[in-house]
Design a protein around this ligand. Sequence first.
Ligand SMILES: [Zn+2]
Length: 264
Amino acid sequence: MKVYISVDVEGLTGSTSWESTNLGNLEHGPVAEQMKREAMAAALGAIDAGADEVYIKDAHDSGRNMDITGFPKQCRFIRDWTMSPDSMIGGMDESFDALLFVGYHSPAGFAGNPLSHTMNRGNNYVKFNGQICSEFLMHALYAAELGVPSVFLSGDKALCGHVHSWDPNIRTVAVKEGLGCATISITPEEACEQIRTGARDGILNRAACHLKVPETLTMEISFKDHAKAHRASFYPGVKQTGPYTVEYTGHTLRDVATARMFIV
Ligand SMILES: [Zn+2]
């Protein structure tokens, strides 16, 4: 069995400030260590469930946050960026049996995490068919179109609620919640225990996970800067709907993800 684990930073246990998410910042060290611990916990859970190939994507900013030493031999690492529409699940294809998300965060438009955002900090929200879209949702739908079920996510509490609104069968672990600029988190050790068990159970339960892919998908983006909306309006098929907003309608997730890659 072959599984994919995408690991972000803003939904890890304890990460709270933007500074702490930047490679090279003094605060980044402990966050990168926790990124490794949570990725390791998910990988061990996957192996507990019978996985013999575990692909781990460092899916934050540089894509080079996490030290990759000491992982079980079943692991492979995707570092830096593939420069393709699959983005935070770069290299995803039909050969995978399950997709897991670790360290994921609330989207732009949600107050559930002081680090809420969608792909970058330049937009107020991204919506899919009128509903706020998260990085989880855009990648989970992309994988679903390839027949790969999303089975597990760890991150902030508000994001876990959003995940269950799309598929109640995906196992989630809420490691923290946002309160203004602050976060309240469980202990790193408790988080890792829950992630290992949740990842295992999510994979074992994968037949029950069915994220429905809409037949037509309209992506709406509200930019913080009106010039970005103007720029995006030149991408083929994009309509400007207001000074700050654009829309794009696609029939496949790949279409929508490709548009997203160039305009968000
Ligand atoms: Zn990130």
